[in-house]
Write a protein that binds this ligand. Sequence first.
Ligand SMILES: Nc1ncnc2c1ncn2[C@@H]1O[C@H](COP(=O)(O)OP(=O)(O)OP(=O)(O)O)[C@@H](O)[C@H]1O
Ligand SMILES: Nc1ncnc2c1ncn2[C@@H]1O[C@H](COP(=O)(O)OP(=O)(O)OP(=O)(O)O)[C@@H](O)[C@H]1O
Ligand SMILES: [Mg+2]
Ligand SMILES: [Mg+2]
Lengths: 165, 165, 164, 164
Amino acid sequence: MYFKQLELFGFKSFAQKTSLELEKGISAVVGPNGCGKSNIADAIRWVLGEQKMRVLRGQNMEDVIFNGSDDRHPLGMAEVTLALDNSSGRLPLDYSEISITRRLFRSGESEYYLNKLPCRRKDIVELFMGTGIGADCYSLIEQGRIDLLLSPKPEERRYIFEDAA
Amino acid sequence: MYFKQLELFGFKSFAQKTSLELEKGISAVVGPNGCGKSNIADAIRWVLGEQKMRVLRGQNMEDVIFNGSDDRHPLGMAEVTLALDNSSGRLPLDYSEISITRRLFRSGESEYYLNKLPCRRKDIVELFMGTGIGADCYSLIEQGRIDLLLSPKPEERRYIFEDAA
Amino acid sequence: TQSMFMEAFEQIRSHFFEIFRHLFGGGRANVLLLDPSNPLESEIEISVHPPGKKQQSISLLSGGERALTAIALLFAIFKTKPSPFCVLDEVDAALDDSNILRFTRLVQMFSDNVQFIIITHNKRTMELANVLYGVTMEERGVSQIVSVKLKKSPAFEFLEPSVT
Amino acid sequence: TQSMFMEAFEQIRSHFFEIFRHLFGGGRANVLLLDPSNPLESEIEISVHPPGKKQQSISLLSGGERALTAIALLFAIFKTKPSPFCVLDEVDAALDDSNILRFTRLVQMFSDNVQFIIITHNKRTMELANVLYGVTMEERGVSQIVSVKLKKSPAFEFLEPSVT
Ligand SMILES: Nc1ncnc2c1ncn2[C@@H]1O[C@H](COP(=O)(O)OP(=O)(O)OP(=O)(O)O)[C@@H](O)[C@H]1O
Ligand SMILES: Nc1ncnc2c1ncn2[C@@H]1O[C@H](COP(=O)(O)OP(=O)(O)OP(=O)(O)O)[C@@H](O)[C@H]1O
Ligand SMILES: [Mg+2]
Ligand SMILES: [Mg+2]
């Protein structure tokens, strides 16, 4: 199973619809400070269902919606779509291609889609359960937080060991 | 006022008596991971009177004493001496050269010296009070902790603003 | 299910030992449950013995040694329970040149079965990649991405020298 | 001495604004006491507006932007209450090449009156130094230091071009 494409529109600094064609193997994301690299990692977490704003470095849910720049007005919605190849059948859904979309409006309303059909956040989270994938797992290491893996506190690493078990 | 020399003996990874001749202006400390650079910063804090083991990355006081390697036995004492030029009269002591020494023995006993004469830790701390120098001040930024300056909590940055006031 | 957890934990522990030795060129590392009778709630203690040095609590390790130890633990978890992808955001920030090299070799070993997305400022780490996504803000405050394919597929790269 | 504190705080705030603009090439930054009636106990809020972007809480800033903002605040404190020395341990770890350059220029501006001891892995930062202390562990677990003088005194360096 692998990611084929990530599309961001209105998510954090991605005011314009932007698409990453993803490949197997190793990809590197590079660029100067503050240009949006970690925002891409945030987008992946977010579309997989992340709810903790602290992890997304925000204070309120709407902090992920593009809030304007010198030359642009804030947008009214953030949208991220992740397309995956599921030919290995790893995800318990009878499709070889799966796409998940998450939208958030300034009103606070959220929408989720699985292969373009509306669904609940719960459906997306359950799809990935037990696969080691998902927002709250060891496959996504946040900037500056690799050290937390060494923390003695069970809460800090709980999900890792539980997930792995 | 400036540092003229730092001498380490038995402090953390400095099993052998080691001396840094320090100069005015900008000095860089370089070397591979784990070779002892941050230990030098720790030595400066420690000789200035640092008591918080967490700041020195240890758990007990004796964690700063060289505890052995494949080819060497642990040492029984850690000693750091800092020599300063005080011709500017910045420190309230009538000497143009000041040297402070701190020793710790495995027994837990500590010794402090000011210009080679025994003194109390209190004397060293009071010497630097109000100068912006001292273990607990904004002149020593620990590895990975520059971020703390941005913390909203007053305790995190308290000493900075108090010191500066 | 406590026994499933204990079994996974044992596997992680043994992989951690092995990968640590691989990254540090020797030494030992261990991860212990402080309360084995209650594994899911127990605190975990990591003890590390870099080659040539004495065993110490990980708090005394340097910034780079801690990062490398955490990387060893992360990959030990991957080996126990493989994930199809992994997003790493500047985990190489504290590593010196020779440790970056060891880190890149480790990533390469796992890359047949794991899709890595690595955010980095380091040139050596970038050299690992098949594809580079350059993120820019030509218009201030607005991100854009330019992608550059660096390599042909790994299989081809293996054959290439013989083509010459 | 609440008024002494307030006076120092005002100076820090104005220096912070100025140094932030210098490091970021524009924008605004402010530091506020949330409870001005009780300055010594009050929480402090830092708000930052990088050039071209919108004002946001500092939590949304990138790793490098946060490091640069913290450096601006640190030097603002130095400007308000100078200290004769400053030990910086890898504060440049999160900075990209162009921000490292800005950081080095800032250090240079302060180096007439401040003795800097900078621990770093970055080649550009090393170039600032008059003296380099190379720390090694030829014998594993035991640190040694080799010092290398890189430059003549700053005064001579200033005259040198005219000697040619
Ligand atoms: N909702 C939003 N609207 C507009 N811009 C945003 C929003 N949220 C975050 N940003 C901007 O995104 C930038 C941070 O991006 P990001 O963290 O991805 O940087 P980065 O490329 O990882 O940099 P670094 O190398 O320093 O880690 C910040 O400047 C921030 O102002
Ligand atoms: N009491 C002690 N006795 C012997 N060795 C010690 C002692 N305390 C710490 N060390 C060793 O010192 C080393 C850490 O040194 P230090 O933190 O100075 O590294 P560093 O040069 O700053 O590296 P990095 O670039 O990774 O930050 C560790 O390997 C640790 O084992
Ligand atoms: Mg980042
Ligand atoms: Mg260090």
